[in-house]
Ligand binder design. Structure first.
Ligand SMILES: [Fe+2]
Length: 249
């Protein structure tokens, strides 16, 4: 195990954080435990996917958010400063929004498929729970620590980063907190936003955004998904129940 600052730090896969404080990947040959001795339990998964087909649309998405800011007073949520749209972004009538929604749904299906428990299989169906909204931060704006525990997955797509000042460190970065209390291995996972990057993570995972210091607008589009896995042999009846909003299974 790597020891750093008097604590042991379990190695972790690299999110695209560029965090200079992150531990180096573990050299498997240096492991001191025998095969089968170590088991990872209760892992926390975060998907980081670059949406190459959406990235060229970011300029237009930026314009759309600024247009909507002029007509929508927004609402107060975890944001301090800035602007948080109503949660109806998924219904905004723009082709760029529809294209982004398709990519978000595909990522949600992929993440669900990749994390299904053994023996569980079926058609994966997603629906919004808590909607979809734009976050706009200007100089000094930030998001306090929060989660979206009513949803299975929460997502965040980065439209624009503004022109952040070089200091302070982690300016405008999103940080995820280890939710396990009294965990001596705990750390915060810091992720540097990148235009075109989609993050998808469990809704229960606490997160916040460091104050954005700089010029321009830091814009992200966030959403919450519920998930149903419809067993194939029950599809017809369950699909009817699902579309009528009734519990499935
Ligand atoms: Fe959030």
């Amino acid at each position: 195990m790597e020891v750093r600052g008097g604590k042991t730090h379990a190695p972790r896969p690299g999110l695209p954080s560029g965090d200079p404080g992150a531990p180096a990947p573990r050299d498997e040959a240096a492991m001191v435990c025998k095969p089968g001795e170590l088991k990872s339990i209760f892992p926390t998964v975060v998907l980081a996917r670059r949406l190459d087909s959406i990235l060229p649309m970011n300029g237009r998405l930026h314009e759309i958010v600024l247009e909507r800011e002029k007509i929508d007073p927004g609402l107060g949520a975890s944001n301090v400063g800035g602007w948080h749209s109503q949660g109806d972004l998924m219904n905004w009538d723009y082709p760029e929004i529809r294209a982004l929604m398709r990519e978000c749904f595909e990522a949600g299906r992929d993440m669900t498929q990749a994390t299904l428990p053994p023996g569980v299989d079926g058609d994966i169906r997603l629906r919004f729970n808590g909607g979809c909204w734009a976050n706009l931060l200007r100089d000094g704006g930030y998001n306090t620590v929060h989660n979206h525990a009513a949803a299975v997955w929460s997502g965040c797509y980065y439209v624009s980063l503004g022109d952040p000042d070089p200091q302070p460190n982690y300016n405008g970065w999103i940080e995820f907190q280890d939710p396990r209390p009294a965990n001596i291995h705990s750390h915060k996972e810091k992720v540097r936003p990148e235009a075109g990057l989609l993050l998808l993570f469990p809704g229960w995972l606490n997160h916040y955004v460091n104050p954005f210091r700089g010029r321009g607008e830091r814009i992200s589009i966030a959403f919450n998904f519920d998930v149903e896995v419809v067993p194939r042999k029950m599809q017809a009846a369950d699909l009817r129940a699902f579309t009528q909003g009734s519990p499935v299974g």
